[in-house]
Design a protein around this ligand. Structure first.
Ligand SMILES: Cc1cc2nc3c(=O)[nH]c(=O)nc-3n(C[C@H](O)[C@H](O)[C@H](O)COP(=O)(O)OP(=O)(O)OC[C@H]3O[C@@H](n4cnc5c(N)ncnc54)[C@H](O)[C@@H]3O)c2cc1C
Length: 493
């Protein structure tokens, strides 16, 4: 064992490591030790040691994964908690470079008041930048800005054999479906990208594989299986001058759905860097009646109506009036209740954000208390199919007699339908319905996971989406970079 390795902080033994053997999905595993490297050299030492002995290394960060992706099944855990520094910030270039264990929440705080914004905003702000990149996380603002992938400019990565590689966006493209990577010491990796048909909807299921793709995109969303991200340079955008955040209620669910459809269509036509006088929401989120009822237990001032929609609109002094008028007209047209929750200052806007977070959190706690695992969909379908798909799957859940709540990023046609089984029997039924819902989404050219990824718990659904041949393509890529299958084994396939 190298001197360097001996000096890395680690924990061993069942009691000492227990916190690192589960994640927010409630899936549990086991490991022999957890290492907390402080820098790239320490990461390299751990990986080289493990690779030479074929010891599995599961990469873990804040462990907010909902798919078991940061849960070890033996071997060691490499946790990024101490790789948490801000490396550099360039206001002019609108870029920030971070170590992977830096919290999303801290980035938001750091940027506050600097006139810049990092748009990817998964609801769980106590997740890390490394975890977000490894899952291609997205959130409410993804409707306007796209997922994490769109903001990753450069990655520093330790490959499973301990080699170091730096990938800059725009610097290395595949020739057709052949991608070559070269490490700092000159090792080359020839990757056959094969043929794979990714859905055109928002997607986080399996590797990102495309003809002539940028090499950096292969690692984004690869769930810790292809390399360990040790630094990331991220793109920022100008923060809006002002923000209108509004939770608006509807007596009738159909009105909420038609409000979203129309807002979406207007946004697609109107989308440009500076919004004009027409709605161009950055977020369009939905809550059904049951979600509101669940939330009402904690948020007494929130009325339980047929449905609610949370939208956010960026604006400035020149278009404030027309935008407010346009939104009011749209709400009136779709029969929104007059008593919306309108947030114009930062504190209130954060309150609405917390309210949105609360629904996921309450659902997770409900499941945890019963010792079950979450049965919440992460499916997305093409916009044209969305409303009929929504009706079909909520109909399936209703017919089953199970308790359920539906909310999600409806701007992206992305639905979290969470079944709330009371015990094991209902849990088994919920899983069957979940499987059917994934099948329906795939039939419509959608995805089984738009943001949480596959991890260890959703592999059977990935098989609904991709043929065996396509899954073999992903496995071959993994094998080229990680022939000993040491890095986060058990994730994705
Ligand atoms: C209440 C709640 C709400 C959520 N809402 C959202 C949401 O709106 N959108 C969304 O996308 N997700 C959401 N999630 C899921 C989760 O927060 C995201 O998947 C997040 O990106 C995970 O980050 P993490 O730091 O917790 O990573 P972990 O859970 O520790 O790890 C996740 C994956 O990333 C890999 N990984 C972590 N760090 C690295 C690294 N440095 N290099 C390589 N691989 C690495 C791990 O191996 C694992 O595969 C939610 C979770 C909860 C509990």
């Amino acid at each position: 064992m190298s001197e360097l390795l001996k000096n890395i902080l680690y924990r061993a033994g069942a009691e000492e490591t227990i916190d690192f053997t589960s994640d927010a999905s409630n899936f549990t595993g086991n490991c022999d030790a957890v290492y907390f490297p402080r820098n790239q050299d320490e990461v390299t030492a751990i990986v080289k040691y493990a690779n030479s002995r074929k010891i599995p290394v599961t990469v873990s960060a804040a462990r907010t994964s909902l798919t078991g992706s940061s849960v070890p099944e033996g071997g060691i855990v490499l946790n990024t908690a101490r790789l948490n520094k801000l490396i550099s910030f360039d206001q002019e270039a609108r870029q920030v470079t971070l170590e992977p264990g830096y919290y999303l929440k801290d980035l938001k705080e750091f940027l506050y008041g600097k006139g810049l914004l990092y748009p990817p905003d998964p609801t769980e702000e106590l997740s890390t930048i490394g975890g977000n990149i490894a899952t291609n996380a997205s959130g409410a603002k993804t409707f306007k800005y796209g997922p994490t992938r769109n903001f990753v400019e450069e990655l520093e990565i330790i490959l499973p054999d301990g080699e170091f590689i730096k990938l800059k966006r725009g610097a290395n493209f595949a020739l057709g479906n052949k991608l070559t990577l070269t490490s700092e010491t000159g090792n080359t990796y020839n990757i056959d990208l094969g043929e794979l048909n990714m859905p055109e909807v928002k997607n986080a299921a399996g590797y990102f594989i495309k003809w002539k793709m940028d090499a950096i995109d292969l690692f984004i969303g690869s769930e810790g299986t292809l390399g360990i991200i040790t630094a990331a340079r991220l793109k920022l955008v100008n923060a809006p001058e002002e923000l209108l955040s509004c939770l608006t209620y509807f007596e009738n669910e159909d009105d909420a759905l038609s409000f979203i459809s129309e807002a979406k269509n207007i946004a697609y036509k109107n989308r440009n860097p500076i919004p004009g006088g027409l709605p161009d929401p950055r977020a369009l989120e939905f809550f059904d009646r049951y979600s509101l009822a669940l939330l009402n237990e904690e948020y007494k001032h929130i009325p339980v109506r047929g449905a609610a929609v949370w939208f956010e609109q960026e604006y400035n002094s020149t278009n404030a009036e027309c935008l407010h008028t346009a939104w009011n007209e749209l709400m009136e047209k779709h029969h929104a209740s007059p008593d919306s929750w309108l947030a114009l200052n930062r504190q209130e806007q954060e309150e609405i954000g917390k309210f949105r977070h609360a629904v996921s959190y309450i659902v997770n706690e409900y499941i945890k208390r019963r010792g079950l695992r979450k049965v919440g969909t992460d499916v997305a379908v093409p916009d044209s199919e969305f409303v009929s798909f929504y009706k079909k799957i909520t109909g399936m859940a209703r017919d089953s007699g199970l308790k359920f709540v539906t909310y999600g990023h409806f701007g992206n046609s992305h639905i979290h339908l969470n079944m709330l089984p009371a015990g094991n029997k209902e849990y088994e039924l919920a899983k069957k319905i979940y499987y059917k819902i994934c099948g329906e989404a795939v039939q419509l050219k959608g995805t089984v996971s738009a943001e949480h990824g596959i991890g260890k718990l959703k592999k059977e659904y990935l098989r609904l989406m991709y043929s065996q041949e396509e899954i073999e393509v992903m496995k071959r890529i993994k094998c080229t970079l990680d022939p000993n299958n040491i890095l986060s084994p058990g994730n994705i396939f």
